[in-house]
Design a protein around this ligand. Structure first.
Ligand SMILES: CC(C)(COP(=O)(O)OP(=O)(O)OC[C@H]1O[C@@H](n2cnc3c(N)ncnc32)[C@H](O)[C@@H]1OP(=O)(O)O)[C@@H](O)C(=O)NCCC(=O)NCCS
Length: 185
């Protein structure tokens, strides 16, 4: 394991393990730990204070916001978004004599809301959305939106996409109206 200091204007500290492979155009911010043998895809963005333990495999176009914690052997598909302080807890019965860790597998196009936690040994289906603050203790099916403690299905990805589009249109209109008003003031 080596500690590298990159950057001229301001110090950037990363701890990157051995045999870590990065794809094209990845962006790493400050204070990031990446363990040995990880494979990181193209255009992956890793924000401050993220921890990706050894032997993880991360797809293309994945965005990790501040403070994401992924333990050993986590698999993340393509085009996933992890909001702040998401954590995968791979040992169900911690501090046992023998450590029994089970990895979590995230499919493609998964959106994970801020602060969500995942127990080891589950699969998170393609196109699913995890509401902020969820505690996910069982598999999430494809195209489902889940939320709560423990996380339960609350809607579908299709419904989420519709709401997202409506919300974006409302915000866009508001901004447009505000700037039009400013112009006439
Ligand atoms: C999951 C999410 C997308 C659902 O949004 P939505 O489809 O508009 O859902 P609604 O607000 O209409 O709520 C539907 C139901 O789910 C519940 N619910 C919604 N989000 C929840 C959450 N995170 N945890 C627990 N329950 C939640 C609501 O209480 C409501 O329950 P009810 O039907 O019993 O009243 C949204 O709440 C969320 O968590 N977004 C992620 C935010 C985030 O982390 N952003 C990161 C930006 S950097």
């Amino acid at each position: 394991m080596t500690i590298t200091k990159i950057g001229k204007k301001q110090p950037v500290f990363h701890e990157i393990g051995k045999n870590v492979k990065f794809g094209k155009n990845c962006i790493l911010r400050n204070f990031i730990f990446i363990g040995d043998n990880c494979v990181i895809g193209d255009r992956v963005r890793i924000s401050n204070f993220c921890n990706i333990d050894r032997d993880c495999v991360i797809g293309n176009d994945v965005n990790f916001q501040y403070g994401v914690y992924l333990p050993q052997d986590t698999i993340v598909g393509n085009n996933c978004f992890f909001s702040i302080q998401v954590g995968v807890l791979d040992e169900k019965y911690p501090a046992a004599g023998r450590q029994i860790r089970k990895p979590v597998v995230f499919g493609d196009n998964v959106i994970v809301g801020g602060g969500s936690k995942f127990i080891g040994g589950i699969k998170i289906g393609d196109n699913s959305v995890i509401g902020m603050g969820s505690v996910v203790i069982e598999d999430v099916p494809k195209n489902a939106v889940v939320a709560g403690v423990p996380a339960k299905i609350i809607s579908t990805r299709e419904e989420y996409n519709k709401k997202k589009l409506m919300w974006e249109n409302v915000v866009f209109k508001q901004k447009h109206n505000d700037s039009a008003k400013k112009g006439t003031d």
